[in-house]
Write a protein that binds this ligand. Sequence first.
Ligand code: FES
Ligand SMILES: [Fe+2]
Length: 428
Amino acid sequence: MTAQMDRAASIDIASLIQHDRIHGSLYTDPAIFDLEMTALFENAWVFVGHDSEIPEKGDYLTRRIGRQPVIVARGKDEVVRVLLNRCTHRANMLCRADSGNAALFRCPYHGWTYANDGRLQGVPFREGYDQEMAEMRSELGMAQAHQVEIYGGFIFANLYGNAGSFDDYIGRAKGPIDRLLSLSPEGRIELRGGWMKHKSAANWKIVNESQVDGYHPLFTHESVYKAIMPAKVDYASDELLVATRDLGGGHNEVDYSREYQAQDDEFIWFKRTPREKMAKYVAAMEAAVGAEETHKRFVDGPPHTFIWPNLFLAEMHVIMVEPVAANESIQYTAPIHIAGGEEINARILRNAEGAMGPAGFLIADDGEMGERNQAGLAAKQPEWALLSRGFSSEVQEDKGLTSYDRTSETTQRAMWVHYKELMAGDQA
Ligand code: FES
Ligand SMILES: [Fe+2]
């Protein structure tokens, strides 16, 4: 046991998470980060990619689950597997590309080859081993995640198969995924615009917390609102029917649909783009689900929902957070393509460039806040970060624990309640 693990074992996690405050060390302590990678990623369900990223046999992408490198690969049998990115000979990393297509993964060290379903295929100078090839093949294939499930194209994996059923894990988060898919006349979305990667000197939980924070936009994004105010709902108003919601299981959301329904206007969430500018898309939707249902879906818009522990359905983007260290994370951002919606897709891409790209006006602001958040935590007093906003305004509804104060910290509390269950277990 390392000294760090020793220390981790002695940390009383439960005492660091109160219902209305979080101890600062949870964002800064490397020993706690180690525990998180094990408890929240490697022994849990996590998002690893979207099936539209690997549509063809042999397509693959590389990701990490916690700190373990994996290859998400579609085999020649079409099955999506999550393979550990490690040669079974002497542990060389097999694949270093972000994505690609390969029938075989060949280890660069001694040339062992593996099929794209992980089976060991070839061993150079095999005579040097006493073992029969058939035996080696069956025993020395790449390790793989015990469970892989796909919902709405989103691929989730549980490395060790010990995290309970997928249905229990995904729970109420199915609803927001369905809401997103309902914007497609084909009921599908695709991620084929590639990912932008933003590295930041911030803990992964700080990044997650800000995605669903309804309190900060008017301040952090002041310049954005000044620029686009006429096109958007009035964010400064206290009258908005916006819900912040704990969906259970760490999932949570900021839901604008009631406000949009009250205004009964389409595409408020998409710069109020007029129908006429996306005529083919509108026609395809009406042909698929009828005029009334199309209007309803265009009013309701996409979800703004965080799916525990690393996926954020950011309206017309998908964001994935990769923890690197206690004080470092990478935020992956991809524009969503609506299957059957080429006109809206072209506009989503332009929005992605404006909001999320290198000179984007949205993600750069949030990135700076994340780093300042981490920098502030270097000051050890006060010891606690407050998360009490809106606590007494919460009501239990069918959809989850909801506050109709859009600045309520219900969403962040949702993550911490679940975090405490997973990290503190019996301590909690
Ligand atoms: S480590 Fe891969 S073939 Fe030797
Ligand atoms: Fe923000």
